[in-house]
Design a protein around this ligand. Structure first.
Ligand code: GAL
Length: 414
């Protein structure tokens, strides 16, 4: 008996030798600092702690993550990368090419990620065939959020075309309501812009212009119309929009100061965190036109030394893809699970719509990566486009000049 115990114990310790005996540690860099975001990331912190991990939080405020990515570069350059980083889209592969990402294939294969994720989504998590990131969700970007009372009081339905949107906005403006809550930060301008590209141009045009960077599409009359619509929408924004954070724009819709916001469904996380009910207090509708712009949040692990940190990375990767985490996190975050096997019964009507539209868009070839949220292009190209969008939105530049500037900027960024 004694012998067996000893044999088992030594076998186990042999098995666990190395990482698993270490106490999991993780320093996690992320930009989830708004009300809904903070509630969501707390779910992961709690699960990590419940599983014996010690979490060191490194939040870098700033919607869209621009400031977080600047902080990340500084840390990596100084040879002191955080253990886990909120990172997504082609930036994952860009960091992999720098030789600084850890391979998490061991966890991914043990947990069967290949069978649990839609193929297109799994591709974003891979670097030359190995797994280099763990996905937490699928956010949809092309949403309009509305204050339900304001629409009802003004006899307005959720717009289904951009002309309807403009007509509704004019009516609201005449009634003294700010039509569009917007924060003048370049990533928010880009968010609105890409929904207009999708809506006015359609999925094929979106693909040519913002994924393939086809000069003809970028320089087309359709793109002129897109900038015309951006100019029209500039007129629906209040005077104090410059620099406003996205969650403060959401709050304007919540408290009846403004009627609409065009923003990804992390905005729903704000409404939910404030106790607002979809379909009653606020409405969700996809922005006019076909298609679905996806934005998948994920975490990449950076190469670090120390068994405790490596154990932390393994634990974190495993928890992120766990079914409980994927459900609870996404109920808070406004997104839907990345795993396809999580039931959506407890999710609201906006999440159900997101899931249905995602499936339909995938079938019709209209499921597209968001350029504004770093899913479609490498940093240099995305940045070149966003600079033009912002320069146009904040000046009286003509649509023709914007289109010319856009084609030049993209050509120069290649
Ligand atoms: C997005 C990110 C979302 C949300 C948003 C605002 O880029 O994918 O999770 O946090 O920024 O910060």
């Amino acid at each position: 008996m004694k012998h067996t115990t000893f044999a088992t114990a030594s076998a186990v310790s042999l098995l666990l030798a190395g990482t698993a005996l270490a106490e999991p540690q993780a320093e996690v860099l992320h930009w989830w600092t708004s009300g809904g975001e903070a509630k969501s990331v707390a779910v992961l912190q709690q699960e990590f702690a419940d599983n014996g991990g010690t979490w060191t939080d490194m939040p870098v405020a700033g919607g869209g993550g621009d400031a977080a990515m600047t902080a990340l570069r500084a840390r990596v350059l100084s040879g002191n990368a955080p253990t886990a980083v909120q990172l997504k889209g082609p930036a994952i592969q860009e960091w992999y090419e720098e030789g600084v990402l850890a391979d998490i294939s061991g966890v991914a294969e043990a947990e069967g990620w290949g069978d649990l994720l839609p193929e297109a989504l799994a591709e974003h998590m891979k670097c030359e065939g190995t797994w280099c990131a763990a996905p937490v969700n699928v956010h949809r970007v092309d949403w309009i959020w509305a204050n339900a009372d304001l629409l009802e009081q003004n006899g307005i339905e959720m717009p289904t075309t951009w002309d309807e949107f403009n007509a509704a906005a004019e009516k609201l403006q005449a009634a003294g309501v700010i039509p569009l809550a917007h924060g003048g930060q370049s990533w928010q301008d880009a968010t609105v812009f890409e929904t207009v590209v999708l809506g006015l141009g359609g999925p094929e045009f979106f693909r040519s212009a913002l994924i393939d960077l086809d000069p003809e599409a970028l320089g087309s009359d359709t793109m002129v119309q897109v900038f015309d619509q951006m100019r029209t929408m500039r007129g629906f924004v209040d005077d104090n929009f410059s620099g406003r954070d996205w969650n403060l724009a959401t709050a304007m819709v919540m408290n009846g100061e403004a009627a609409f916001q065009i923003m990804g469904d992390w905005a729903k996380g704000e409404f939910i965190a404030a106790g607002k009910v979809p379909g009653e207090d606020f409405l969700c509708g996809s922005t006019p036109g076909d298609g679905f712009l996806y934005n998948v949040d994920s975490f990449a692990m950076f190469t670090v030394e120390g068994e405790d940190k490596i154990a932390g990375q393994d634990l974190l990767a495993k928890l992120i893809m766990g079914p409980n985490f994927q459900e609870v996190f996404n109920l808070n975050k406004g997104s839907i699970p990345a795993r396809t096997d999580v039931a959506l019964d407890d999710f609201d009507m906006c999440a159900q719509k997101s899931s249905e539209d995602m499936t339909a868009s995938a079938d019709s070839g209209a499921l597209l990566p968001s350029y504004a949220h770093g899913m479609a292009l490498r940093g240099a190209q995305a940045g070149a486009i966003t600079d033009v969008v912002t320069a146009h939105f904040n000046s009286d530049m003509s649509s023709e000049d914007a289109v010319k500037m856009l084609t030049d900027a993209v050509a120069n960024s290649m």
